[in-house]
Design a binder for this molecule. Structure first.
Ligand SMILES: [Mg+2]
Length: 261
């Protein structure tokens, strides 16, 4: 991995617009909207929704949001026509007409996830600041608002006690920004990205993301002449090709594309 160089929103817009036909894919939290103390508060502003709606009306752009969130949440957060939405890292993708296509057909692991959920809940006990999310194919333990020491303690004991069950059910761990996720290894954003690329061949594929969960998508784009853009205030190693600083810069970039003549 190298450290992707910073680009300005204007220079990126110019580069993407040169693609003529573009498949523009974006992560949600930390990319389209700033990360909020609790996921429920990370709501898009009116201006962003208008920009996305305007972009969706332009025939040269196909828009998709690929997120770790559940599909129902994404639909509620982004009531934008013309948008493809991939939830739970691409377990399922929803077309603009509302039809959903499952992309993940491995054996049912919701039983194992439910047991891990119970285990995590027991480890957390009555400590404040934790949020557990059972997504049936994945479990997320958010600890943004927890005391760092309590977070460390809870995660360590959860990892210890869940080790056997994770191994038996073939689940892997992924650490994101103050969230620990347990999920099957094949469940990642590379899946919906590949599906979209196959459905829109010949388009310049662009993906914007900010977290470790976005690296699978960046890697795939690197191999296939796409353009990965890391959203990060500070330089860091990534498989993305370029870097924007913040969701605010992402907003500027999208506006430049949406309202270009
Ligand atoms: Mg993110």
């Amino acid at each position: 991995m190298n450290v992707p160089p910073l680009i300005s929103p204007a220079a990126l817009a110019e580069r993407v617009a040169a693609g003529k036909k573009v498949l523009l894919m974006m992560d949600y939290d930390g990319t389209l909207v700033p990360i909020a103390p609790v996921p429920g508060r990370a709501r898009p502003g009116e201006r962003l929704l208008k920009t996305l709606a305007q972009l969706g009306r332009r025939p040269e752009y196909t828009l998709a949001v690929l997120s770790g969130r559940r599909l129902e949440e994404l639909r509620e957060l982004l009531p934008v026509p013309g948008l493809y939405l991939a939830g739970v890292h691409g377990a399922v993708i929803s077309r603009p007409d509302g039809e959903s296509v499952p992309l993940f057909n491995e054996a049912d692991i919701s039983g194992a996830i439910a047991r891990l959920h119970d285990l995590a809940r027991a480890r957390i006990g009555n400590r404040p600041g934790f949020l557990l999310e059972n997504k049936h194919l994945a479990l997320a333990i958010h600890y943004r608002l927890a005391e760092p020491e309590a977070a460390e303690e809870v995660l360590a004991s959860f990892l210890r006690e869940s080790e056997k069950l994770r191994r038996q059910s073939g689940l892997v761990l992924l650490r994101g920004k103050e969230v620990l996720e347990v999920r099957p290894p094949g469940l990642h954003k590379g899946k919906p990205l590949a599906w979209l690329k196959n459905n829109f061949p010949g388009r310049l594929a662009v993906f914007l993301g900010d977290d470790t969960t976005d690296e699978d998508a960046f890697q795939l784009l690197k191999k296939e002449n796409g353009l990965g853009v890391l959203i990060s205030e500070h330089p860091r190693p990534s498989s993305a090709a370029l870097r924007l600083k913040s969701p605010c810069e992402v907003g500027q970039f999208l506006e430049l594309l949406a309202f270009a003549r």
